[in-house]
Design a protein around this ligand. Structure first.
Ligand SMILES: CC(C)(COP(=O)(O)OP(=O)(O)OC[C@H]1O[C@@H](n2cnc3c(N)ncnc32)[C@H](O)[C@@H]1OP(=O)(O)O)[C@@H](O)C(=O)NCCC(=O)NCCS
Length: 104
């Protein structure tokens, strides 16, 4: 998190209940990663608020492009804050350089 361009965390009382972060070159591109909400607080709009705050903050910093890869089932969340899906024949690509990060 410390090396991120932007981080947003959600707390309820003193408890950390959600987070999201963006990586960026500070000019043209930002990528949203690691949007997560603890299980017992899901479907309360926390991720929506985290994403909306990140989009607003990146817009304020003049970043014109935000990309992300939505986890299975998560695309509707990002659509709610303005993202559109890339076409099926031109989706993102990925290269796992550390086996422990491979999807199981
Ligand atoms: C995905 C995740 C971050 C959503 O967090 P959340 O706080 O529950 O999401 P919100 O309550 O803000 O949901 C806002 C909207 O996003 C969509 N949404 C959220 N979770 C969804 C799900 N599991 N399936 C389908 N749509 C979903 C819905 O449109 C929802 O609105 P609604 O509740 O009025 O129907 C959470 O389920 C999570 O941490 N999952 C594990 C980590 C993960 O997969 N992160 C995504 C990485 S791309």
């Amino acid at each position: 998190m410390a090396g991120s361009f932007l981080t947003v965390v959600a707390r309820e009382g003193g408890r950390l209940v959600g987070a999201g972060r963006a990586l960026s070159d500070g000019g043209l591109y930002a990528w949203i990663h690691d949007v997560v909400v603890v299980r017992d607080q899901r479907r309360r709009g926390i991720a929506l608020r985290i994403c909306a705050m990140m989009v607003d903050a990146l817009k304020e910093r003049g970043i014109p492009y935000i990309g992300l890869f939505a986890a299975k089932g998560a695309a509707p969340l990002y659509e709610r804050v303005g993202f559109t899906r890339r076409p099926d024949d031109a989706p993102g690509m990925q290269l796992y350089l550390a086996p422990e990060f491979e999807e199981g």
